[in-house]
Design a protein around this ligand. Structure first.
Ligand SMILES: Nc1ncnc2c1ncn2[C@@H]1O[C@H](COP(=O)(O)OP(=O)(O)OP(=O)(O)O)[C@@H](O)[C@H]1O
Length: 296
């Protein structure tokens, strides 16, 4: 079931086409990574979904509706945007209680949400003393208050330590896979979301570059192996004999197409040459993403 729909969305700021004819959907029960280098248009897309940016054309819908047409938005969509501001003198608990009151939600949700994000012990502490990671967790707790089935998270891993990132991965998967939520999470770091997402949408310079399931994007590309040995002269013909196509790279290394690392290892052994380097080269997804980010 489609929970988020971006249809032909465009938005310019002056001469900058921040988002240029982008379309994609996010299904219930999945985590979708929205990836792109800095300035690609991710935040503008997410802000359009939350009614914070008015598109020039196209639509950004959650549950088939525009944000501004929702009667109880906190029950429909939970959002974490970058640089969330909290009143520094307020405790975490109070911050969430106020949000509950404003949205007509039971105040007991404040405590529950703090527990869900691992902030129960910091509930009575002032937000001014929170680390960036704790603020991210608090922002996530705000998103959880109305128990929505759609989550829109802009770079939620920013400021989290490795343990926090690990926790976030598990939590987002839990929301999608156990609770059936649709989770759209942006990042400019592929490795941050690679282990979390089911689907991926890549955007660069406002345009959609690639989209598909993680499995499609990681297996479509041809796998290659870079090999360096003390005896490349002997190895290349042996690899070719085994069915590989071999590119001779500058500096004496070989790029081998069409053989798995293990098969190459066996041939190296048969040839009795000394292996000095063997690297299984990047997946299509990593290549596409690296090219995009390196261009900038
Ligand atoms: N309110 C605004 N006024 C003017 N230009 C803007 C505004 N918001 C975004 N832009 C420009 O639109 C482009 C896309 O920005 P956006 O923040 O959507 O990208 P992003 O992919 O989220 O980048 P980042 O990862 O750096 O947050 C950028 O060139 C940005 O400078």
């Amino acid at each position: 079931m489609t929970a988020i729909e971006i249809r032909n969305l465009s938005k310019s700021f002056g001469a900058v086409r921040a988002v240029d004819g982008v379309s994609f959907t996010v299904k219930a029960g999945t985590v979708t990574g929205y990836l792109g280098p800095n300035g690609a248009g991710k935040t503008t897309t997410l802000r359009s979904l939350l009614g914070l940016v008015t598109p020039d054309s196209g639509e950004a819908l959650v549950n088939g509706k525009r944000y501004r047409d929702m009667a109880t938005p906190l029950n429909e969509v939970g959002a974490v945007l970058e640089a969330t501001n909290f009143h520094p003198g307020r405790t975490a608990h109070n911050h969430l209680r106020l949000l509950c009151v404003a949205a007509g939600l039971p105040v007991a949700r404040a405590e529950e949400a703090l527990g869900q994000v691992g902030l129960a012990e910091a509930a009575g502490k002032r937000v001014g003393g929170f680390s960036l990671g704790m603020r991210q967790r608090l922002a996530l707790a705000s998103a959880l208050l109305g128990e929505p089935k759609v989550y829109i998270l802009d770079e939620p891993a920013n400021g989290l330590d490795p343990a926090g990132i690990q926790w976030l991965r598990g939590f987002l998967r839990h929301l999608a896979h156990d609770r059936g939520a649709a989770v759209l999470v942006s990042s400019h770091v592929l490795s941050e979301v690679e282990q979390t997402v089911d689907d991926i949408v890549i955007i660069a310079a406002g345009r959609l570059v690639r989209q598909g399931t993680l499995a499609e994007l990681t297996t479509n590309g041809e796998k290659t192996v870079r090999v360096r040995t003390t005896g490349d002269g002997e190895l290349a013909p042996a690899l070719e004999k085994a069915g590989a196509t071999v590119e001779r790279l500058d500096g004496g290394a070989l790029r081998v197409h069409g053989l798995e690392p293990e098969e190459i290892g066996r041939i190296v052994l048969d040839q009795r040459v000394v292996l000095t380097e063997m690297i299984a080269e990047r997946s299509d997804l990593q290549k596409v993403f690296l090219e995009l980010t390196e261009e900038r």
